[in-house]
Design a protein around this ligand. Structure first.
Ligand SMILES: [Cu+2]
Length: 218
């Protein structure tokens, strides 16, 4: 067990920056006797050991979290139901715009409001999407990788959305608000768009970058 003074000194160093704590202690040791100086040196070494150990622990755990994050990634598809009023472009967004996932991973699209997830295979860019001049949906099926659930109900087409208790708020339906989990088993860059025409025109698209998994250590 370290002497009580070490723990106390460590708390002090952690509250300010560890470096400043050590500088302060170096100044103090100039004004102390040899015996006190020796003890101060031991404390300093102990503190440095503790700080290093804590640092290694934080680095290792954040690296592991990062690894797991890239196998199971959440994406906001719509900013949130509090911004989902009709005509409100605040909700016409996919975040983040650059989604990174490892090969064999899964992206969970957290759909908030009236949206439809379309994912295209590598090779399709936003400017390749042929947007019709009118209509609710784009429905460009060329090079499509994943066709998401239609927020207007279905399949089959024409199926009404799940009713809610409040008939004036059909945006609270769980036919619109849902999670769609999409697996990416091949590396490449995939375009994701909202198939609602006005939303895509507002910039509601993102890319999923699927990175080859070369790790053999797990
Ligand atoms: Cu949308």
């Amino acid at each position: 067990m370290p002497p009580d003074g070490v723990l106390w000194a460590f708390v002090g160093a952690a509250v300010s920056s560890p470096q400043r704590g050590l500088e302060t202690m170096s100044l103090m040791s100039l004004q102390t006797s040899d015996a006190e100086e020796d003890q101060m040196k031991r404390w300093t070494l102990s503190i440095m050991g503790v700080v290093t150990f804590v640092g290694i622990g934080l680095t290792a755990s954040s690296a592991m979290a990062d690894h797991d994050d890239r196998l199971s990634v959440s994406v906001a598809f719509g900013r949130g139901l509090n911004t989902a009023q009709p005509g409100n472009s605040v909700n016409h967004v996919a975040l983040p715009k650059k989604i990174k996932v490892k090969e064999g991973g899964v992206v969970h699209f957290l759909v908030a409001g009236f949206h439809q997830v379309f994912v295209y295979k590598p090779g399709t860019r936003p400017q390749d999407i042929a947007v019709p001049a009118a209509g609710t949906f784009i429905d460009n099926l060329d090079n499509l990788f994943y066709l998401g659930i239609n927020p207007a109900g279905g399949p089959p087409p024409g199926t009404p959305p799940t009713p809610t208790l409040d008939p004036t708020r059909d945006d609270r339906s769980n036919a619109m608000n849902r999670v769609e989990s999409v697996a990416f088993t091949e590396p490449g860059t995939y375009l994701v768009i909202c198939n609602v025409r006005g939303h895509f025109n507002d910039g509601m698209f993102a890319v999923v970058k699927v990175k080859e998994d070369k790790d053999d250590d797990d």
